[in-house]
Ligand binder design. Structure first.
Ligand SMILES: Nc1ncnc2c1ncn2[C@@H]1O[C@H](COP(=O)(O)OP(=O)(O)OP(=O)(O)O)[C@@H](O)[C@H]1O
Ligand SMILES: [Mg+2]
Length: 290
């Protein structure tokens, strides 16, 4: 059934563009980035669906519920993307669980088939649903804390931290996902590594990290995004279901400062790195798809 579902998805040339957030490391900003991409794309005028494949934690789904609640309570006309969470199956045999999970994923994909974009927040484990998320990704974004400690998400480093001795388990999972995707007719995904929680001072560590990632990029097969700084605003508005991209709206009544606009520009830069058309082109793209 998995083969049938994925082949049918990739055969459809007008399917949505899937952007997935993945990294086996926890707490690197997968959900935060997913939230900002979904709202950024929606505010650009695209019809977007989101899938929370980490529904046990449910950060993305919780954000969407908070957003709905805020809109209802405040009367502010907020764009609210269509979100669907997917729990892991409760079946205890692997084959039954896989059948159950792919059947539920297929229903969500069918519901989102006519959207322009689907954003998937993938859990940080190597499960059937996580692997499906990686196979579906036209663009895979891997957020990475800007620390040498977190590089082991991409590569294995020797005990002294001096020498790269091979790809990490996660890089192997991404490579396997790409190969399976190609076999299903999906072509090659665009893998973007995004540094997250960058310090706002230009430290030596920051420069070294950037230089090392630039060296690794062609060897491992990813490209590098400019990244997001460490900013309170990326988490501050979560309980209201808002993002830094919403607060320019006077109806929200938020005192928008230059540092907030700088944060919004970082999200715009990320969207540009992914290759999202400018707003005017977005309408044309949607018209073409309709
Ligand atoms: N650029 C940032 N600036 C400030 N805080 C951030 C930033 N990115 C993420 N955070 C915070 O770091 C924490 C972890 O982020 P997030 O939940 O997005 O990571 P995750 O990779 O989805 O984690 P998990 O693996 O547990 O699902 C959250 O409290 C989030 O608000
Ligand atoms: Mg998460």
């Amino acid at each position: 059934m998995t083969t049938k579902v994925l082949r049918s998805w990739f055969t459809d040339r007008s399917r949505p563009h899937v952007i997935a957030l993945g990294n086996q490391k926890g707490g690197v900003g997968k959900s935060t980035t997913a939230i900002h991409l979904v709202i950024g794309l929606t505010r650009l005028g695209f019809d977007v669906g989101s899938i929370d494949l980490d529904e046990r934690q449910g950060t993305l789904s919780r954000f969407m519920r908070n957003r709905q609640r805020f809109a209802t309570a405040s009367g502010v006309d907020l764009p609210i993307p269509d979100n669907q969470g997917l729990y892991r199956s409760i079946h205890d045999t692997t084959s039954k669980a896989g059948e159950d999970e792919i059947a539920r994923l297929a229903r969500v994909l069918e519901r989102f088939r006519h959207k322009s974009f689907v954003v998937i927040d993938i859990a940080g484990d190597n499960t059937f649903l996580s692997r499906c998320g990686h196979i579906l990704a036209d663009t895979l974004i891997t957020p990475l804390n800007d620390s040498f400690l977190d590089l082991d998400a991409l590569v294995r480093i020797d005990i002294d931290g001096q020498r790269i001795i091979g790809p990490s388990a996660y890089s192997v999972m991404v490579t396997d996902g790409s190969a399976r995707r190609a076999a299903f007719g999906g072509g090659t995904p665009d893998w973007i590594v995004m540094r997250n929680r960058l310090s706002q001072i230009d430290s030596r560590n920051k420069q070294q990290m950037r230089a090392l990632l630039e060296t690794l990029a062609p060897r491992i097969g990813f490209r590098l995004a400019p990244g997001l700084s460490e900013r309170v605003i990326y988490r501050q508005l979560f309980t209201s279901g808002l993002t830094v991209l919403d607060i320019d709206d006077p109806a929200i009544g938020f005192d928008c400062k230059p540092r907030h606009r700088a944060a919004a520009r970082e999200i715009d830069d990320l969207l540009r790195t992914v290759g999202i058309p400018e707003p005017a082109a977005a309408e044309d793209a949607d018209r073409q798809i309709a």
